[in-house]
Ligand binder design. Structure first.
Ligand SMILES: O=C(CO)COP(=O)(O)O
Length: 255
């Protein structure tokens, strides 16, 4: 089953509009904006940086842009929130949802994430739906139970046709920002398990189409080995995506 790899830079709460312009100038030096069919490349800036990124990318349409979150509400009195309509107005393609930092620091539950995924799909945006276990859960033998619950509850009520369009990011919480990467074997085992849960829930044909990214201390040095695994279809990169040369090196190693 061939799936186009997707490599995304999650800038988290880093890189304002001015710094983004410098980053993109550096990135354009590293690789051309000729659209390649071998990989999808995505940048996910903070909301306030998105317009500068879209403007600076200009004709470089082969780099997609995403948001790091979106509201589950339509509009109105929700101070600090951003709606899918607003993201559509900017012409974005992706929304990262369910990141472990949003679950851990902002209390996002599987039910909230499910509501956000539904809103995102209704707005014709592609969710990058993050799941992953903590160190305690893995050590306690709960890896499969945690992943299954996150998948089944996060994708509740969705049709197989909707699920096919979603990107899943498997990000073991213990590997995020710690320098500890899951070994390619550990990552492949988790990805194969995730695909199995998708097959049981939505059918094998759907499961075969879903792209599953790995995230957690991906670097230029480990990207190629991770990407060579049969069920790893890309990467969601944090720290190593804050510098154009290391992000470009990950893209080159993966595509
Ligand atoms: O959380 C991540 C991407 O969403 C991964 O972050 P790091 O690459 O910094 O470990």
């Amino acid at each position: 089953m061939s799936r186009t790899p997707i490599i995304a830079a999650n800038w988290k709460m880093n890189i304002g509009p001015a710094e983004a312009k410098t980053f993109l100038a550096g990135l354009k030096n590293e690789f051309s904006c000729q659209c390649s069919k071998s990989c999808d490349v995505v940048i996910v800036p903070p909301y306030i940086t998105i317009p500068a990124v879209m403007e600076t990318l200009g004709d470089c349409k082969c780099i997609g842009v995403g948001a790091q979150n979106v509201s589950q509400y339509d509009n109105g009195a929700y101070t600090g929130e951003i709606s899918t309509t607003m993201l559509n107005e900017l012409g974005l393609a992706y929304v990262v949802l369910g990141h472990s930092e949003r679950r851990q620091y902002f209390g996002e539950t599987d039910a909230i994430i499910n509501a956000k995924i539904k809103k995102t799909l209704a707005a014709k945006l592609t969710p990058i739906f993050c799941i992953g276990e903590t160190k305690e859960e893995r050590l306690g033998g709960k890896l499969e139970e945690v992943l299954k619950t996150q998948i089944v509850d996060g994708l509740k009520d969705l049709t197989p046709a909707e699920v096919e369009t979603i990107v899943i990011a498997y990000e073991p919480v213990w590997a995020i920002g710690t320098g500890l990467t899951a070994t390619s074997k550990e990552a492949q085992e988790a990805h194969a398990y995730i695909r199995g849960v998708l097959a049981d829930t939505f059918g094998q044909a759907t499961a075969d189409k879903v792209r599953i990214q790995y995230g957690g201390s991906v670097k230029p040095e480990n990207a190629a080995e991770l990407m060579a695994q049969p069920d790893i279809d890309g990467a969601l990169v944090g720290g190593a995506a804050l510098k154009p040369d290391s992000f470009a090196a990950i893209v080159k190693a993966s595509c």
